[in-house]
Design a protein around this ligand. Structure first.
Ligand code: PRX
Length: 430
């Protein structure tokens, strides 16, 4: 008989020992008042003691009834358009929107994009480093991989702990074949050079994915040359919380890559580039990225506010789904995401609305007005650049008033970058 799930942790029981144990436990049952004809329910895992308990009942003529445990629940049948989950994402008006996805379309899309974009094979070990609180973790840690029966690595820790080789150590430990992360993580690790990567073999790797923000060609090259040793195609997957799964993406080894381009639409996705007046541009062009028809995984509504769903995505260019991203199409038909063209910022692959940050700032009593813009950042992609006007007068007046009394409330405050001082540091004011 084996015991527990740990290799080497096992137990052998002879028939003589089994009889002894059965008799011992039968006596325990008798001492508890159990007698012939009584029913005894047994609720135990797959251990030797379960067999002992069954036979102990039989020994004293009691009737055993095994309760099946750690694992059965009949599924509730749902309609294909029933809601599956809500995930909140920043809205350009400042209030987050509850993006609602439904049972069948979303799962079908997550499963199909996963299978084709990562070229899933039965012996794969897949690892996506995203947080499950983000759409990437929903579609490509939970639903897509599980629907394909993949062996996955789920990582709770930090990619830099105990050192910056952690990711590659895990790749070697579990023989990860398909790896999916964000440009911000690549840029952060790139700062430490190639040596922490090359400490590990990474021989198992076959496909490398990226998601969340445009990947700059330098980071792409490092990922391709150093991490994947020019062996692993890079899938630069463009998509959104709203799209449920990849919408512009290469298929590994099938689509010739261009560093920094999410290449072409996935099956069933029909993109277009519009100019400011909503006209479709042909050939090489740059403008608003929109989609012309729905695909199974597209969001169905903004939870509790269908009007907002229509206004946000379909009002500016009626008949099109508006992504909010700018996009360029080159002479070969490749799509290049140029970044957000609404009031959204993408910090480390996470979208923030400028209005959301501004309203957080003006809630503070010392801030009178605030304006937030994005500033290029070498690791985060974009960072927050705040311009604020401070209620200095209010704050400082209060400080004097609180300490000394209402009579001492100042009328004027002059802002000065420095003050003239004597050699001993005493301020002189003439
Ligand atoms: O601006 C695009 C950028 O991330 C936005 C979507 O953010 P979110 O809903 O949080 O979902 C992120 C994970 C899918 C997009 O509107 N984005 C996402 N992937 C890429 C990208 N920008 C360029 N290239 C990508 N591969």
């Amino acid at each position: 008989a084996t015991r527990s799930n740990e290799p080497g942790d096992e137990l052998t029981v002879t028939y003589r020992e089994l009889l002894q144990r059965v008799c011992q436990f039968a006596n325990v049952l008798k001492s508890q008042g159990v007698k012939k004809g009584d029913r005894v329910s047994i609720y135990m895992p797959m251990v030797v003691e379960l067999v002992v308990a069954m036979l102990a009942c039989v020994r004293i003529g009691a009737v055993h009834s095994i309760v099946v445990i750690s694992d059965e629940c009949e599924p509730e049948w749902c309609e294909s358009e029933d809601p599956l989950f809500i995930l909140y994402t920043s809205g350009s008006t400042g209030k987050p929107k509850g993006v609602l996805h439904t049972v069948s379309g979303y799962m079908l899309y997550a499963a199909t994009t996963f299978k084709l974009v990562f070229d899933h094979q039965s012996d794969d070990v897949y690892w996506c480093t995203a947080d499950i609180g983000w759409i990437t973790g929903h579609s490509y840690i939970t639903y897509g991989p599980l629907a394909n029966g993949v062996s996955s690595v789920l990582f709770e820790g930090l990619p830099t702990y105990p050192d910056v080789s952690r990711m590659w150590e895990i790749v070697d430990k579990y023989h990860v074949t398909k790896f999916y992360t964000a440009p911000t993580a690549i840029r952060m690790l790139m700062k430490f050079g190639s040596e922490p990567v090359q400490k590990y073999k990474r021989e198992s790797l076959k496909v490398l994915g990226t998601v969340g923000e445009p990947i700059n060609p330098e980071a792409w090259q490092w990922y391709y040359n150093v991490v994947g040793e020019k062996r692993c195609p890079i899938v630069d997957t463009f998509w959104q919380t709203e799209t449920g799964g990849h919408v512009l993406t290469p298929l590994p080894a099938a689509t010739p890559m261009k560093p920094g381009s999410a290449t072409f639409p996935f099956f069933g996705v029909v993109p277009a580039i519009l100019n400011e007046s909503g006209e479709e541009l042909e050939g090489p062009s740059e403008g608003y990225l929109v989609f012309k028809q729905p695909w199974p995984g597209v969001m169905r509504t903004v939870y509790g506010n269908h009007q907002r769903f229509e206004t946000t995505y379909f009002k500016k260019f009626p008949g099109y789904y508006v992504t909010g991203d700018g996009c360029r199409r080159d002479k070969d038909g490749y799509y290049w995401i140029t970044g957000r063209i609404d009031d959204m910022l993408n910090v480390s692959g996470h979208l923030l609305s400028t209005a959301e940050v501004e309203s957080a700032l003006v809630e503070h009593k010392s801030v009178a007005e605030a304006a937030v813009v994005g500033r290029p950042h070498p690791v985060k992609g974009e960072s927050l650049y705040l311009t604020i006007s401070i209620n200095t007068d209010i704050c400082l007046c209060f400080a004097v008033r609180e300490k000394i009394g209402a009579i001492a409330t100042p009328d004027y405050i002059q802002n000065a970058p420095g003050l003239p001082k004597t050699r001993s540091g005493k301020v002189i004011f003439i």
